[in-house]
Design a protein around this ligand. Structure first.
Ligand SMILES: [Fe+2]
Length: 406
């Protein structure tokens, strides 16, 4: 039985029985915004700001410029936590929340990529409500008023300055970090995790290394494509996905060719925040265990897995293939022919982009051994996003998809 018919919602277009579209984040985009960080954060009620970042970003001098911008607005910097690793984890979130409390902070400012922003979100929730990151896992499980029946309780104001163009975490209610003990990617999502403010300024991505620009850009592309064909797709997200794809089409490879192109990086920042959704699918379900077990960077794993998932999904029915045909139109690809042809055209196009940008195209190139497949299959089957994939994958399907991706 298809996942959709199981859920009674396999309806990729037409008027849906139900969906909700939520975005609480105030996004400001433009040039020379970093100096107004304090002014903008004061509008969110911040007074003593705890900055979360990583050492690499700190060494570029960006954090100093942002800190100056916070102080220019009359706010204090309570502390700077620069200990977020490339692939953050529950213990880092716990430590970050504790340090913010010890510093007497009242708000958070994340300056970094997905790992930094997700750490700041979870640390903020722990800072506000107590507990540990491991205990906070789950969707819509954060504390609520009226014994859990009322409105979700807000967390301390959080502002994000993304330094990569891809994750979109600055405009989402989700956070994903590693749980080393359980060897899984722990996913937390709830309305209070929407940052209050996202500052999209290409200056913050100026030192982005090209291979990270490529990988994170492919993460954004995966969000846009998976969001468009997810069982949870809806017209609000469709609009965001299609505009994001147009911006990615016109700007991602431009960023790779000329890293100094501020306009292209600015457009990619906007694409990433537009594409963001937690209604994704099997490419993400396959990529999460690649990160949890073998440390494959998220964007790289998506870039490798996405084409295989597109081919698999497109053969799952014309309603799915038609959604890919709409994306094909945008990329000026084959829209006629069989469902398999439509999927193949988009998958081939995605692989071509990945190759041109010099990213790895096979899991075996990024340290995933063939013997690792059973653990990956188990991880993908257990990942909540599998339920949102338009075609229901079985264990054998995932095994086959991983084999193709090797
Ligand atoms: Fe992602």
């Amino acid at each position: 039985m298809e996942a959709g018919s199981q859920l009674g919602v396999r309806q990729l277009s037409g008027f849906k029985d139900f969906y909700q579209s939520v975005n609480h984040t105030r996004v400001i985009a433009g040039r020379d915004l970093l100096s107004s960080t304090g002014f903008e954060m004061s509008k969110e009620g911040a007074k003593r700001v705890f900055v979360v970042t990583d050492r690499v970003i700190r060494e570029t001098g960006l954090v100093d410029r942002v800190v100056a911008g916070v102080e220019d607005g009359g706010l204090e910097v309570a502390g700077v936590f620069d200990d977020v690793p490339q692939d953050s984890s529950t213990d880092v979130c716990d430590r970050c929340g504790e340090e913010a409390r010890a510093a007497g902070a009242d708000s958070f400012l994340a300056v970094g990529g997905g790992s930094v922003m997700d750490t700041a979100k979870i640390a903020d929730a722990l800072f506000t409500h107590g507990g540990t990151a491991a205990e906070s896992e789950g969707f819509y499980l954060m504390p609520r008023a009226d014994d859990g029946m009322g409105a979700p309780l807000p967390i301390a104001p959080l502002a994000c300055i993304p330094t990569t163009c891809g994750t979109g975490s600055e405009a989402s209610m989700g956070a994903v970090v590693k749980d080393h003990e359980r060897k899984v990617k722990l996913e937390i999502a709830d309305f209070p995790l929407f940052p209050r403010l996202a500052i999209l300024d290409p200056e913050s991505t100026r030192t982005l290394p090209p291979h990270i620009a490529a990988a994170t850009g492919m993460d954004a592309m995966t969000h846009a494509i998976e969001g468009y064909v997810s069982l949870d797709c809806n017209p609000h997200q469709d609009g965001r996905s299609l505009v994001a794809l147009r911006l990615i089409r016109d700007n991602l490879e431009r960023v790779m060719q000329d890293p100094s192109d501020d306009d292209a990086r600015g457009q990619m920042l906007i694409a990433a925040s537009l594409a963001m959704t937690i209604s994704l699918g099997s490419a993400h379900s396959m990529s999460h265990p690649c990160g949890a077990h073998f440390g494959v960077p998220h964007g790289v794993a998506n870039a490798i897995n996405l084409p295989h998932v597109i081919r698999f999904n497109a053969e799952g029915g014309s309603d799915i293939a038609d959604r890919y045909r709409e994306i094909n139109e945008l990329f000026d690809l084959e829209t006629g022919g069989s469902d398999a042809t439509a999927g193949d055209a988009l998958a081939t196009h995605v692989s071509g982009m990945v190759e041109r940008m010099g990213l790895p195209t096979r899991l075996s190139q990024v340290g995933v051994p063939e013997e690792g497949i059973p653990a990956l299959v188990e991880g993908a089957m257990g990942d909540g996003l599998t339920l949102l994939n338009p075609r229901e994958p079985s264990d054998q399907d995932y095994e086959e998809l991983y084999k193709r991706a090797m």
